[in-house]
Write a protein that binds this ligand. Structure first.
Ligand code: ACO
Length: 321
């Protein structure tokens, strides 16, 4: 079961008008194409994704009355780890005092949190682990191209975490479908800084340490795949629209969210959304939504989570709250 959720977003607000001072864009274009009005950026030197992850997990432990030493596993879903190694999960575990936990990072781009939720749940299902923290944390401001208006306005920074625990009740991850297709590599990636193209002056001059996205191709894939996989989960579990409490979609683009909503047959009120305030925080979008809507959620609510991201990766999870 998910026994708690908690999030953290940095204080600094970068709104669309502010972006228009740096690149040739405007509020109307960004809102009408994406639904984003503002996003948060983590400022300050030596501040990586772990800083936000630590805040989210600290709040989660407090909320769930968990002593840090009780945590068995910290699983961090991120595309912007503090560094290649050690894992950001280890840095977060150390930062919150989870001295008995093991941890690792998981990268499935924007679908990472769903992959992490399913992976974390399976550790619980083995019966060996009692408290698993899955945290989505991304400092997207560290990898955006500040001169590319097509991508820079889309992303924001944030983190959010859930606690997974065993229960006798039939709640938690009921069903899931995770998919991937490496055909997506050319359309959404960060080319340099890895083993194929290690950092050099040339790669930096060529701006290869920032997000490269062919927006319209990604959009076409995302619209189809996210809607298809969500519909598959709904049909497989024979859920009628009135039995679904909320759709919880990855927050990349309002039009992609809307296409998924229509395919599943839900009214707008049943869709968790905060893209207007945070933009695309990659691995944090879905848990940040759960955090935002936490007070509206009731035990036993049927949630359909859905995501699409670089890879390509995509998936859907039927989560009973
Ligand atoms: N402001 C003003 N104009 C802009 C901006 C901007 N910020 N960005 C692009 N434009 C212009 C383009 O230059 C282009 O102008 P042109 O016709 O003169 O060349 C025009 O707007 C249309 O550009 P498109 O890219 O075709 O715009 P589109 O309607 O496709 O929207 C967008 C672009 C919002 C990026 C869309 O393609 C999209 O949302 N793609 C998917 C993003 C996504 O979901 N990514 C997956 C998750 S990310 C992850 O996994 C890390």
């Amino acid at each position: 079961m998910v026994s708690g959720v908690h999030g953290y977003v940095p204080d600094f607000v970068m709104d669309n008008k502010e972006w228009a001072k740096y690149v040739d864009t405007n509020d109307e274009w960004i809102v009408s194409r994406t639904g984003i009005k503002e996003r948060r950026f983590l400022k300050g030197e030596d501040q990586g994704s772990s800083v936000m992850g630590i805040e989210a997990v600290k709040g989660l432990l407090e909320k769930t009355n968990t002593a840090p030493e009780e945590v068995d596993l910290v699983l961090c879903c991120t595309v912007t780890p503090d560094m290649f190694f050690p894992a950001t999960a280890n840095i977060i575990a150390n930062g919150v005092g989870a001295k008995n936990a093991f941890g690792f990072d998981l990268n499935a781009a924007c679908s990472g949190f769903l992959y992490g939720l399913v992976t974390g749940s399976q550790f619980i299902e083995t019966g060996k682990y009692k408290k698993v923290v899955v945290v989505g944390a991304d400092k997207m401001s560290s990898i955006i191209d500040y001169n590319n208006r097509s991508t820079c306005v889309l992303f924001g920074d944030g983190a959010a975490a859930v606690m997974l625990e065993p229960t006798e009740e039939a709640v938690g991850v009921i069903d899931s479908e995770l998919q991937a297709d490496g055909v997506g590599e050319p359309y959404l990636h960060m080319k340099a800084g890895g083993s194929r193209r290690p950092s050099t002056h040339e790669t930096i001059d060529a701006n290869e340490h920032t997000i490269h996205q062919e927006g319209s191709t990604v959009f076409k894939f995302a619209v189809t795949k996210m809607a298809d996989v969500s519909a598959e989960i709904v049909e497989r579990n024979q859920l009628a629209p009135e039995e679904i409490s909320y759709l919880v979609p990855h927050q990349a683009n309002l039009r992609i969210i809307d296409a998924t909503r229509r395919r599943v047959g839900l009214p707008v009120e049943k869709v968790m959304m905060n893209i207007d305030r945070y933009g695309n925080t990659t691995n944090a979008t879905i848990p940040l939504c759960l955090w935002d809507y936490e007070k509206k959620l009731k035990k036993g609510d049927n949630l359909i989570l859905a995501a699409f991201g670089g890879g390509f990766t995509w998936g859907s999870v039927y989560l009973k709250w």
